[in-house]
Design a protein around this ligand. Structure first.
Ligand code: J2J
Length: 519
């Protein structure tokens, strides 16, 4: 069997043999070396089997960033059970909807996170889906795995009926923010490959210390290269439970963090923090990977300057394909572009509305296909007809262009384009101009349906001082912005609403505006 034929669990067993007593994962309270992580995984697998979790059982898994996340994830993968990876921010609406489609056999929840108590929701859902006997809370695992561990290890080591590389390893949730997310099926083989190619591009090694602040259930944090990519290289994963920036920099210093993955909203929090307090030692930090949403060149420049690191831009998706800038890419590329596909077999095209390739430098929808990119959602023929073409390309819905150097540059969502009286406006471009105002800390532009114009342009902004629409437009005119780009509405707010993984939630902004107009 070659490494390419391993399951996630078999791969962990190899890493454990190879990296033994090197620290694999720590969360500040508990630290495990590779051997301990693997043994915990075996003991957990034995425990979960005894409770009736079997190959193919679908398991709702909503856990926070602690050492138990990888242990439970690998234990389920050893059994051949299929975790459905929910983020802590998902509540009953989403998880209930997923249960209806996926009919889980077991559930694993956090008991509480930030201000939310999950216990009651968990018990209700477990009762509804017949999982009461197979409902676990993450804070129980320490006690449940401490008794009789040697016998459990022995039993589990004797198991021979294990899954194979092309079996379904887990289901993750699509990033859409309206309705019930679609389920994304990933196999052991495709996911290990996803982690391997991205780990290579991010130069991970046994000396790497990865700070994991994004929710572990998200693809960026889990395997791009994230937790799995770090473990396969023999590095150390630091799990940070809360998205607290003071703690983030304390962790960078305490653990000698070399690399981390952030969404732009978190980078901006880091930039603001470092502008005020720059006394944490960040000298160990080499790379900050940034992806998940539009990221402006000025933000990339400020992140590198204030965090003494190199930015690696990532255009990724839970459906698979990942574009990255190289570790040694020149400034011009690192700050403006999202790089190249991670694997040599990855294919992409940039196409117009009729599906024809556009010339380099022109914008179109980017569509992707490759060895670790899914060819369809889980049991969802309707969505598959909409999201994949007949050649098996995944239609991302993202607008992009290819630069002369062969990198991609993401321009926003195709459908986000605002059509104001026939003029086409890309929100990302306007956001970039508005953010040039010193008074604006953050902003988001949305199109609002309008009977006369088709769409009006609305700006939500977080500002230092109050600002009127007239003042904003005077500023934009001073910047020589075309007239049809001038916003029609301005709303000041203390903070922009974020999706479960920390991207600006434009659907929520539209809902806020509609609510305001109704009241
Ligand atoms: C603009 N939009 C981006 C970028 C993703 C790594 C990084 C991110 C994700 C992710 C991921 C963007 N600039 N650099 O899974 O492994 C938007 C696009 C894309 C959608 C995917 C990973 N990087 N996006 O964000 O499944 O719109 O994955 O289609 O959550 O995020 O979202 P998601």
């Amino acid at each position: 069997m070659t490494t390419a034929d391993l399951t996630l669990d078999a791969a962990l067993s190899e890493w454990s043999a190879q990296y033994g007593d090197h620290t694999a994962v720590t969360d500040g309270q508990t630290a495990w070396d590779y051997r301990q992580l693997y043994e915990k995984t075996l003991v957990l697998a034995d425990l979960l089997r005894k409770r009736g979790i079997v190959r193919g059982s679908r398991v709702i898994m909503q856990m926070t960033n602690t050492v138990w996340f990888p242990a439970v994830f690998f234990a389920l993968s050893r059994i051949g059970a299929v975790p459905i990876l929910c983020l802590p921010a998902h509540k009953e609406l989403v998880i209930g909807g997923i249960c209806r489609n996926a009919k889980p056999a077991a559930m694993i929840f956090t008991r509480r996170y930030l201000k939310f108590q999950y216990e009651e929701m968990a018990q209700n859902l477990a009762a509804q889906y017949g999982c009461a006997e197979r409902l676990f809370f993450e804070d129980e695992f320490a006690a449940l795995t401490s008794a009789d561990a040697d016998a459990a290890l022995e039993r589990e080591r004797a198991v021979t009926d294990l899954p194979s590389a092309d079996d379904l390893a887990f289901l993750s949730l699509s990033g859409g923010t309206t309705g019930i997310p679609k389920l994304i099926p990933r196999t052991h083989r495709d996911y290990l490959y996803n982690a391997r190619v991205t780990a290579e591009r991010a130069a991970l090694s046994a000396e790497s210390v990865m700070l994991n602040i994004l929710p572990a259930a998200h693809n960026f944090a889990l395997g791009t290269p994230g937790i799995i990519g770090t473990l396969m290289c023999g590095g150390t994963v630091v799990m940070q439970k809360y998205p607290d920036i003071t703690e983030f920099f304390a962790n960078v210093e305490a653990y000698g963090v070399t690399i981390t993955s952030l969404v732009p909203a978190l980078v901006n929090m880091c930039i603001r923090y470092r502008n005020l307090f720059d006394d944490d030692d960040v000298s160990s930090l080499r790379y900050v990977m940034v992806g998940g949403a539009m990221f402006r060149p000025e933000e990339a420049e400020a992140a590198e300057r204030l965090m003494h690191c190199t930015v690696i831009q990532v255009f990724g998706m839970s459906e698979g394909m990942t574009f990255m800038t190289d570790c040694d890419a020149p400034e011009q590329v690192r700050w403006h572009d999202q790089g190249k596909p991670s694997a040599p077999e990855d294919e992409y095209r940039i196409v117009d509305a009729d599906g024809n390739d556009v010339p380099d430098g022109e914008a179109g929808e980017i569509i992707v296909r490759g060895p670790y990119t899914i060819r369809g959602y889980y049991e969802n023929p309707d969505a598959n007809r909409r999201s994949f073409n007949s050649a098996g390309y995944y239609l991302t819905g993202d607008r992009a262009l290819r630069t002369p150097e062969g990198n991609v540059r993401i321009l926003g969502r195709v459908r986000e384009q605002i059509n104001r009286a026939g003029e086409k406006i890309m929100p990302a471009a306007l956001e970039e101009w508005i953010c040039r105002s010193e008074n604006v800390l953050e902003c988001a532009v949305i199109g609002v349906p309008d009977a006369e114009l088709g769409h009006k342009i609305c700006v939500y902004a977080v500002t230092e001082k109050p600002m009127t629409l007239q003042e904003l437009n005077a500023f934009l005119k001073g910047e020589q912005v075309s007239d049809f780009y001038l916003p029609d509405l301005l709303r000041l707010t203390d903070a922009l609403p974020l999706t479960p993984v920390g991207k600006v939630d434009k659907n929520e902004l539209l809902r806020m505006l509609e609510q305001e107009e109704r009241s």
